[in-house]
Design a protein around this ligand. Structure first.
Ligand SMILES: Cc1ncc(COP(=O)(O)O)c(C=O)c1O
Length: 430
């Protein structure tokens, strides 16, 4: 089917995925006409690669709200923001410590920067089959083992676990290591600290937010924030790196969407919406616990990320039943749980639909949850840049044991790959 036909068909399913705006113009501004508002750097307009006018003012206002030294607007997602941050700080052969649950754009950033990687394993929750927080003490002892230029981590995690960034930032500073926090899923923290505390406010050197993930923005709207306390690098270093990766024709409708996101989320209406969302989620959880649904909770958990399981069903089967019987799509699932993402744009009716479906979905009372297979701390046999540049062969996944993958296979997709795909994977020749 053509892309045009695909969009014309309109998705009728109830989506608990990104983007959370539920395909509605939440911010209620007029810039959604992509043709009418599609300009380049014409006279009187601004230039994202060297802003001096409207973009500079909007970025300045965003930076004031966040409390950053500088906030950059990015119209190519957190991916480009992460690559730019990494390119600024990491020089070839710099040692980089990376939390193993980072997004693949961080892995790609290592290829582009030629940094020398060591992995850092986050804590895990075996009962739920998920990575959780970064242990500050373990981080401190690891940083003392080598001269790490930067530590890159994700907080909140996909499922909403926040690490203690304040403590981690202190440890990084003590060890003279820069701290980049991928806060793609925590954009709302910049506006409402009932959900979580922003990484910049807790002392991270750099943070990255995807506004489309929970803040109601359009896909690809993201920001890169640098801290007032960042040493050695200034705004122009970051601007130069952004200009390496960013298109020279950024979309004005997307730039306006980023500005509108800030306007909305700092407005009384925007703040009320966040409070309503939190109280609706709270009600949903209270009611569903009476129907055998368990919710993941921990210290500093972001409540907008609803991770749940139902006794008597694997996460895979729950996901499948919700999809096929109730037209509800989750963001992520494993053998135990399913993740339903909410955010700005998740209306009460949507949560009601989720609630009713979860009550009705049928179970097998004798079923017991099967543990999730966690990967061990990986040995670095080859640096990402070398693996990327090598020749590769295609082999069946049954023959893949101990081979070095030529493609990035994010752990969260591993089960899906094993379940749904019989395709061959590419492996580097070592
Ligand atoms: C933790 C994390 N970081 C970064 C990204 C990349 O974000 P974007 O899609 O805005 O490029 C994602 C996307 O899923 C993510 O989950």
């Amino acid at each position: 089917m053509s892309i045009i036909k695909l969009l014309e068909k309109k998705v009728k399913r109830t989506l608990f995925t990104t983007p959370t705006h539920s395909q509605h113009n939440i911010f209620n501004e007029k810039y959604t006409n992509f043709y009418e508002d599609d300009y380049s750097e014409i006279e009187g307009f601004d230039n994202l690669s060297n802003p001096k006018n409207a973009i500079m003012m909007a970025q300045g206002r965003a930076s004031e709200i966040i409390g950053s030294k500088q906030t950059f607007f990015i119209t190519q997602g957190a991916t480009t923001a992460l690559l730019s941050a990494m390119k600024t700080i990491i020089k070839p052969a710099d040692k980089v410590l990376v939390a193993r649950n980072c997004h693949k754009s961080v892995y790609n950033g290592l290829i582009l920067t030629a940094g020398i990687i060591d992995w850092f394993m986050p804590e895990t929750d075996k009962e739920w089959g998920i990575y959780t927080k970064i242990d500050p003490k373990k981080l401190d002892s690891t940083l003392q083992l080598d001269d790490y230029k930067v530590f890159i981590m994700t907080s909140p995690t996909y499922v909403g676990v926040n690490s203690d960034i304040e403590e981690i930032a202190k440890i990084c500073r003590k060890n003279k290591t820069y701290l980049i926090v991928d806060e793609a899923h925590g954009s709302l923290y910049n506006f409402n600290d009932k959900i979580g505390k922003s990484a910049i406010s807790q002392g991270a050197d750099v943070s990255i937010n995807s506004l489309h993930k929970s803040a109601g923005g359009l896909n690809q709207c993201a920001i890169l924030n640098i801290s007032k306390n960042l040493r050695d690098f200034d705004e122009s270093d970051f601007q130069n790196s952004i200009n390496l990766f960013h298109t020279s024709s950024p979309s004005y409708p997307l730039l306006a969407n980023i500005e509108a996101c800030f306007n909305y989320l700092t407005s009384k209406k925007g703040q009320e919406e966040v409070n309503i969302l939190l109280s609706e989620i709270d009600k949903l959880k209270k009611e569903l616990t009476r129907y055998g649904i368990e919710f993941f909770e921990c210290d500093y958990h972001d409540p907008t990320k609803i991770l749940l399981r139902k006794k008597g069903l694997s996460g895979f089967d729950l996901s499948e039943s919700m999809f096929s019987e109730f037209d509800i799509e989750d963001e992520l699932n494993n053998s135990i749980s399913c993740l339903y993402l909410t955010g700005i744009g998740t209306a009460r009716q949507k949560l009601e639909k989720l609630k009713q479906a979860l009550k009705k979905v049928k179970i097998n009372p004798s079923y017991e949850f099967q543990p999730v297979d966690f990967q061990p701390h990986p040995l670095v046999k080859m640096q990402p840049i070398e693996a990327f540049n090598r020749n590769y062969i295609y082999t069946d996944k049954s023959d893949s044991l101990l081979k070095i993958s030529g493609a990035t296979i994010p752990p969260r997709n591993w089960n899906i790959i094993l379940r749904r795909s019989n395709s061959k994977m590419a492996f580097r020749l070592s």
